[in-house]
Design a protein around this ligand. Structure first.
Ligand SMILES: NC(=O)c1ccc[n+]([C@@H]2O[C@H](COP(=O)([O-])OP(=O)(O)OC[C@H]3O[C@@H](n4cnc5c(N)ncnc54)[C@H](OP(=O)(O)O)[C@@H]3O)[C@@H](O)[C@H]2O)c1
Length: 241
């Protein structure tokens, strides 16, 4: 490993479940200080307790903010005064015909998947710039690089294409400035993302893969030598399309 995460302070949005929780656990294993984020105080506290239970010497805290409430993002996240790594991971799923998605739900998806990572990055960029070496990793999706035929997730895709654009534009803006910006593009993973959106997928759909694979990919990206940047990584199940 080229770049150690020991003692680095990392904030993972949406770390009360799924991929984010697993990233938080792995960062703690690597001896990073972790800020858990979620919308539900009980869930956030429970992940912090879980981390303390496994790594009693670690430094863990939590931050609670509903990312659908755009106006509360800057006031809440500006409470973070030092930070080395921001992982914009929180997200929600939506599929089905565009006409079947209510206006309020469209706004929620845009708020959580796109506005929130922009606003959180905007709030924390000055803090990350105070770090010796800051990193922002945006969890995008294969749905942010490719539009499938005959299967619809227009709103979700729109937000993830937007996040791809933000991630790549920000990478150019901060090129050569001791701040590494990366985008991670996974295919379908086995989490509760779909169930929460009301989709009745089986627990082990053949196109899903274990989110732990993504954790390993993300840790690889975060631990490269500072002079290198895995600017983007796509991880897809190439045997099941
Ligand atoms: N699973 C996949 O197949 C897949 C594929 C490609 C990309 N991704 C992306 O991977 C990321 C993680 O998703 P996941 O699969 O791990 O889903 P997940 O298990 O549902 O986790 C999503 C996280 O985001 C949080 N979140 C959702 N809405 C929020 C809000 N309004 N305010 C604050 N936090 C909120 C959730 O909180 P709660 O615990 O309260 O629900 C949870 O902690 C997302 O950006 C997703 O788009 C997932």
């Amino acid at each position: 490993m080229s770049f150690s995460l020991v003692g680095k302070k990392a904030l993972v949005t949406g770390s009360t479940d799924g991929l984010g929780r697993k990233i938080a656990l792995e960062l703690a294993k690597q001896k990073a200080d972790v800020i858990v984020h979620g919308r539900d105080v009980k869930k956030a506290d429970s992940v912090v307790k879980e981390l303390i239970g496994i790594y009693p010497d670690g430094k863990f805290e939590s931050i609670v903010c509903d990312l659908n409430k755009s106006g509360s993002i800057e006031p809440v996240f500006s409470g973070v005064k030092n930070l080395d790594i921001l992982i914009n991971n929180a997200g929600i799923w939506q599929e089905g015909k565009t006409l079947d998605v209510k206006a309020e739900r469209i706004i929620e998806i845009v708020n959580v998947n796109l506005s929130a990572p922009l606003l959180i990055a905007r709030t924390l960029l000055p803090v990350l710039q105070k770090s010796q070496f800051g990193q922002i990793l945006n969890v995008v999706s294969v749905a942010g690089i490719e539009i499938p035929s005959g299967y619809f997730h227009t709103i979700y895709s729109a937000t993830k294409f937007g996040l791809q654009a933000f991630s790549e534009a920000l990478e150019k803006e901060y090129d050569n400035k001791q701040l590494r910006i990366m985008g991670y593009y996974p295919g379908g993973m086995e989490t509760n993302l779909f169930k929460k959106a009301g989709n009745d997928y089986k627990a082990h759909e053949p196109w899903m893969f274990d989110p732990q694979e993504s954790v390993e990919a993300i840790i690889f990206m975060l631990t490269r030598d500072p002079k290198l940047n895995v600017k983007r990584m796509d991880l897809i199940n190439h045997l099941q399309k």
